[in-house]
Ligand binder design. Structure first.
Ligand code: NAD
Length: 526
């Protein structure tokens, strides 16, 4: 049970104050938005706005241009010190961070709901994901192994050695204001790096609350706070961090539009980059699918987080034999969705994150209508009095006239709860549609036939980074490497081999013989 919030009769403002205060944030003060061992901030003043009510939660002094540079320099100094801390000791710091996060899990999860707008169980789940990846990082800290390679020369040995990489800059999106940082921090810290975080300008409070929890652990252990620095701010702060040669690795999560710029800028200075960009994810439903599982999974994938996950289901391909019954069942779920305050336990649909996102939703609906798509359900902003002030839009199912994946309706990620549907005859057709968009993040097939499964996960199957069977597109566990292909950026984070990107690999040839032969038998005798 969550049990941390008082009865609903209290106003959201009072509850907001409760949440902030419990995270060590005084909402009536101007909050310093820079941390590199010390809290400060003298840049632009930004307001954190609650997407549910429109109220200002708190004001944050973001990083000035010189503060961004200072924080980068302090983070590098911290790296130079931290890289010599033995890896298992770094793991012990992570274990303590894990404990500190767990102690604040419900409040920090509520903070995510308050500031980003996702429902409470998802907000808390996001913090749980950070806790899980800390556990993973603790284990990794004793297993970030290199290897010994057979040398062709007598009396020689070759080692592949992973060492700490340097400074890792993490630029994150609004929709996972805690977990994306967690994925990066846990691996980066286990690897012996220092991290500098530039969060979304619209979720500064989540980043301040998270950084406070981590900073306390670092300081208690006598580790420089700049091992986990924070610079809040917008595009300019992001550009400065990306351009800085101080940051060996830039891990960027956000839109394809910005990712394209970031990727080019990091490449132009020969930095390393991880890109986790937009998704445009499809579910394919075969005639033999268990609809009692598939329908709720598509409902969660399309409506959950109000369609604001990179893995949200945006395209639904239905086999002609089950299309009508599937849509009937799906519509029933849509008609009963409980919309409202994301902090209320019963709510399933919260607001969009910003007012401008509502405009993007309305434009997309307008485009569908102008191209004679049938709007099966939804299609407008909620008009209810109790939702006034918030960014609430109806979850929408649309049946476009054309299924051509090259049409903008199909090829573009709209970050809102709009599900476009098309009907197919053969699995091959649906796989082709699945693969014909620029993005390649998540995909899902519903079938009981093993032959379909083989096609789907094989060479002619889905070209996405996440290829599920009887599991929806939305959400993932931390154990497997997470990321997408094509215009999603090819990045991989979290589990799998993702940690290998956060270290500097050295191939070390050691000669312990009395001769110095050249490789490939090259003779350069004098
Ligand atoms: P966004 O691209 O607008 O912003 C992301 C970050 O980039 C922010 O911190 C922003 O301040 C910063 N930024 C903006 N311009 C910059 C520039 N020129 N240089 C450097 N930094 C700059 O994204 P958003 O609207 O916050 O997030 C939604 C998007 O993120 C969606 O497309 C979603 O699919 C994607 N996303 C992807 C993943 C994934 O893992 N693939 C996860 C979450 C979100």
């Amino acid at each position: 049970s969550y049990g941390i919030l008082r009865p609903m009769s209290r106003s959201l403002s009072t509850r907001a104050a409760d949440i902030l205060t419990n995270l060590g944030i005084n909402p009536s003060e101007e909050l310093p938005g820079v941390y590199d061992g010390q809290w400060r901030g003298s840049g632009e003043l930004v307001s954190s706005v609650c997407p549910t009510t429109g109220e200002v939660l708190a004001r944050v002094r973001t990083a000035s241009p010189s503060e961004v540079q200072e924080a980068l320099a302090r983070t590098r100094e911290a790296y130079v010190q931290f890289r010599n801390v033995p890896a298992p000791k770094r793991g012990e710091i992570l274990r303590q961070i894990r404990e500190a996060l767990a102690a604040k899990r419900d409040y920090l999860g509520a903070m995510v709901s308050l500031e980003m707008g996702k429902i409470r169980t998802e907000g808390v789940g996001e913090v749980q994901e950070f806790i899980d990846i800390c556990d993973y990082g603790v284990g990794l800290s004793r297993m970030m192994n290199g290897r010994v390679v057979a040398s062709e020369r007598p009396g020689h040995s070759i080692l592949e050695v992973p060492n700490p990489l340097g400074v890792v800059a993490v630029l994150s999106a609004f929709n996972f204001p805690v977990a994306v940082y967690g994925w990066n921090l846990a691996l980066s810290l286990a690897a012996g790096n220092a991290t500098i975080w530039k969060p979304s300008p619209t979720t500064p409070l989540c980043s301040i609350a998270t950084t406070k929890i981590i900073a306390r652990v670092l300081e208690d252990n006598g580790i420089p706070g700049a091992v986990a620095s924070l610079v809040t701010g917008g595009k300019e702060a992001g550009e400065a961090v990306v351009a800085s040669p101080q940051a060996e690795l830039v891990s960027f999560t956000g839109s394809e539009r910005v990712g394209r710029i970031v990727g080019q800028n990091v490449a132009s200075r020969f930095g390393k980059v991880i890109l986790e960009l937009g998704g445009n994810n499809a579910s394919i439903i075969m005639p033999d699918a268990d609809l009692s599982l598939a329908v709720p999974a598509v409902y969660f994938g399309a409506v959950g987080t109000a369609g604001q996950r990179c893995t949200s289901t945006r395209r639904l391909y239905l086999h002609k034999d089950i299309a009508e019954s599937f849509l009937d069942r799906l519509k029933k779920f849509y008609s009963t969705v409980r919309v409202g305050d994301p902090l209320v336990k019963e709510t399933l649909l919260g607001p969009l994150h910003t007012e401008s996102a509502c405009g993007i939703y309305e434009q997309a609906i307008q485009k569908l209508r102008s191209q004679s798509a049938e709007i099966i359900t939804g299609g407008k902003r909620y008009q209810r009095d109790d939702l006034a002030g918030g960014n609430f839009v109806e979850p929408t199912i649309a049946l476009p006239q054309s299924a051509n994946p090259k049409d903008e309706i199909w090829s573009t990620e709209v970050f809102a709860p709009i599900l476009n549907v098309a009907i197919f005859d053969e699995l091959e057709q649906a796989i082709e549609w699945n693969n014909s968009v620029p993005q390649g993040l998540s995909s899902s097939l519903w079938t009981k036939d093993i032959r379909n499964v083989g096609k789907w996960i094989g060479p002619s199957g889905s070209d996405a980074g996440i290829v599920n069977v009887n599991v929806g597109t939305s959400g993932a566990e931390i154990g497997a490497a997470f990321g997408g292909n094509k215009s999603t950026g090819w990045g991989r984070e979290s589990g799998g081999d993702a940690w290998k990107q956060y270290v500097r690999w050295s191939a070390c040839t050691l000669n312990f013989s009395d001769a110095a032969p050249l490789a490939q038998g090259v003779d350069f005798s004098t």
